[in-house]
Design a binder for this molecule. Structure first.
Ligand code: UDP
Ligand code: MN
Length: 318
């Protein structure tokens, strides 16, 4: 039912990392595949970055879901160690600033895969999306690819906002120095006003939206543009990364997403803003860790959800 071709042409190229397979990851990928095929009959090309053991498990899951939905699937498997090698220079440069375990072994460099995927993908590919395994579809993935039609000429990547105050936390020192900064604020700012009963309630302010950072569970990529972008290559130089990190006193731990967040603030023209309905994160960890008062302002996402992201092992609503 599935073939194995690198140069096969599909309009729907989906990359996913599936390594160090275990029970929990297996469940996530099963739900990912199930919800993907349930909502689309598009001819997909799945690109899976994986290791030997995980590859067997991935194929097993895909085989079952393909049969169930009577789909045809083209896939390519990529060896995780080779992929890590191809982006090692990026990982080495960034991990001191954006990793909780800097300079550790190869798996660490996978956190930065999205930043160098254009080196790994076949040169014939242009539009592609990189998705976490803990994504669950509620609509046809074709609609996600339609978002590429809205990219402006400078835009290389498309990402949705981070829906927690993690960057408010990371930018604490910067925000003390620049209290008026919008960096680390929720997308919809909240202002407290008194209601009819004289109780303080949040009021939404429309004039200026905040910049909470970006989440890398869903990343749209235009490989041709990324490969040709001088601005992007320059942003990834040691000197520029250091400048950015120093400017914001930034010490992150979320890999590529930390870099995208800085990039999106400093060079907003390079990133297309996906609506949160394409990456409706569900992790509420920060609500119970010092941010209960303002968490809801970050967590809010209005509209019909098209893709859930069960991050930090959160269950997807029925
Ligand atoms: N991943 C993997 N093996 C692991 C852990 C993570 O392949 O042991 C991949 C998988 O695609 C996963 C992604 O890395 O979706 C990011 O991890 P996760 O979604 O758990 O992070 P979160 O979104 O909760 O921050
Ligand atoms: Mn995730």
């Amino acid at each position: 039912l599935s073939t194995h071709l690198k140069s096969y042409k599909s309009d729907y190229n989906i990359f996913v990392i599936y390594t160090k397979e275990n029970y929990r990851l297996n469940m996530k990928f099963d739900l990912f595949a199930h919800s993907l095929f349930k909502h689309t009959n598009a001819q997909l090309h799945l690109h899976i970055i994986t290791d030997k053991d995980s590859e067997i498990s991935a194929l097993d899951i895909l085989q079952r879901q393909i049969k169930r939905f009577r789909r045809i699937l083209v896939y390519t498997m990529y060896d995780v160690q080779l992929c890590s090698k191809s982006i090692q220079d990026i990982a080495t440069k960034l991990s001191p600033y954006f990793s909780s375990a800097p300079n550790s072994y190869y798996s660490d460099s996978l956190f930065f895969l999205s930043l160098g995927l254009h080196r790994i993908a076949d040169v014939s590919l242009n539009r592609a999306v990189l998705l976490d395994c803990d994504i669950v579809f509620r609509s046809d993935v074709r609609l996600l690819f339609e978002e590429f039609d809205r990219f402006l000429p400078d835009q290389l990547f498309g990402l949705a906002p981070e829906l927690t105050p993690v960057y408010r936390h990371i930018l604490y020192r910067y925000r003390v120095r620049f209290p008026k900064s919008n960096f680390g604020n929720p997308y919809y700012p909240m202002q407290l006003i008194k209601n009819n009963e004289n109780i303080l309630v949040p009021k939404r302010v429309h004039e200026r939206h905040g910049y909470p950072g970006l989440n890398s569970g869903v990343v749209l990529m235009l490989f041709h543009r990324i490969r040709d972008s001088k601005a992007y290559i320059d942003a990834l130089t040691e000197h520029e990364v250091h400048r950015l990190v120093a400017k914001y006193s930034f010490k992150g731990h979320l890999g590529d997403q930390d870099f995208f967040t800085l990039l999106g603030y400093e060079y907003p023209n390079l990133i297309y803003r996906l609506d949160c309905i394409w990456n409706r994160q569900l992790c509420t960890w920060w609500k119970d860790h010092g941010y209960s008062d303002i968490f809801d302002a970050y967590f809010r996402c209005e509209g019909v959800i098209k893709m859930y992201h069960g991050n930090c092992n959160t269950r997807i609503p029925e």
